[in-house]
Ligand binder design. Structure first.
Ligand code: ADP
Length: 297
């Protein structure tokens, strides 16, 4: 039996939460992250469905992930906002830890990006407004996500954005605190994290800049063939804006992608950029937007 099978076999078909007496049935497999496997699960009584994030205790202990997992649960369970993946409950048995989350059936913005490459300004405004709303809620509650990326921006059946995966998140404990360490590798990592100078809320603004750039340009701003070269470009803030990018989009990206964290706009300021404020934000998008651009407005 391979190592993989060994882990898969330890996830039972029925998951019992002894704290609430609720039993969940494991349905289809959704995806695999660093340490977690994710399944669609169903409350056997109410028939309501959720996402079950399941982490093997063996794997967690082997990789010193216990503290990180505790932190993720502590932070995520305290949050309640329409643009944050809902946290339902968590429990464990001798083999695994189970986290019951709001189900995001339309996967993440990563799959959207792979399918579409470039989205229209109209769609980008729809998505970025929700991301900024979710991050505002986090920052208002002294939480920094620290790994905002397309794969952590989930989409539900109505194509509402839900920020998830709080594995690298941290709480600012006092005004002005600068975090000195981060155990993990954020995707859209800010220069001040690379330089280990201390970092705070501004790292999320940097990441939103990278997300917005990727949505409108079709590839991340600092992408190279190697992580070393990417980090070198991030340190120099060396990225190019295509000349066909509309001015109000370019202005907002330029503001967010600045080396000096102090110069980046705060989350509240982002709402006032022309890109978001000069016209009403679309209320919804058709499903077809997952695969093809909507017709011109
Ligand atoms: P990790 O923290 O180990 O990287 P993730 O949070 O990225 O784990 O989850 C792993 C996979 O599970 C993702 O690729 C995604 O497909 C799926 N997933 C995670 N959360 C949800 C959710 N709330 N709804 C639907 N699918 C989810």
């Amino acid at each position: 039996m391979s190592k993989k099978d060994d882990i898969a076999e330890e996830i039972p078909d029925l998951l019992y939460d002894a704290n609430t007496g609720i039993t969940y049935r494991k349905l289809r497999f959704f995806g695999k992250g660093g340490f977690a496997k994710c399944y669609e699960i169903q409350n056997t009584q109410s028939k309501e469905t959720y996402a079950g994030k399941i982490v093997s205790k063996k794997l967690m202990m082997k990789n010193n992930q216990k503290e990180k997992m505790t932190q993720e649960i502590q932070i995520h369970k305290s949050l309640n906002h329409k643009n944050i993946v809902g946290f339902k409950s968590f429990f464990d048995d001798s083999n695994n830890v189970y986290i019951v989350l709001e189900l995001c059936k339309k996967r993440s913005m990563m799959e959207l990006h792979k399918r579409r490459k470039v989205v229209t300004d109209y769609e980008c405004r729809y998505y970025i407004h929700q991301i900024v709303s979710g991050v505002k809620y986090l920052h208002d509650h002294h939480i920094i996500h620290r790994d905002l990326k397309l794969g952590n921006l989930f989409l539900n059946d109505e194509l509402h954005v839900k920020i998830g995966d709080f594995g690298l998140a941290t709480k600012i404990e006092f005004e002005g605190e600068r975090k000195k360490t981060l155990c993990g590798t954020p995707n859209y990592i800010a220069p001040e994290i690379l330089n280990k100078k201390g970092h705070s809320y501004e790292v999320d603004i940097w990441s939103i800049g990278c997300v917005m750039y990727t949505l409108l340009v079709g590839q991340p701003p600092f992408e190279t063939k190697s992580l070393k070269d990417t980090y070198s470009k991030i340190r120099k803030c060396d990225y190019r804006l295509p000349s066909n990018l509309r001015k109000n989009a370019a202005d907002m990206i330029i503001a967010m992608l600045q080396s000096d964290p102090e110069k980046r706009p705060t989350i509240d300021k982002l709402f006032h950029f022309d890109f978001l404020s000069s016209a009403p934000i679309p209320k919804s998008l058709p499903y077809s937007c997952l695969t093809t651009a909507p017709r011109p407005e």
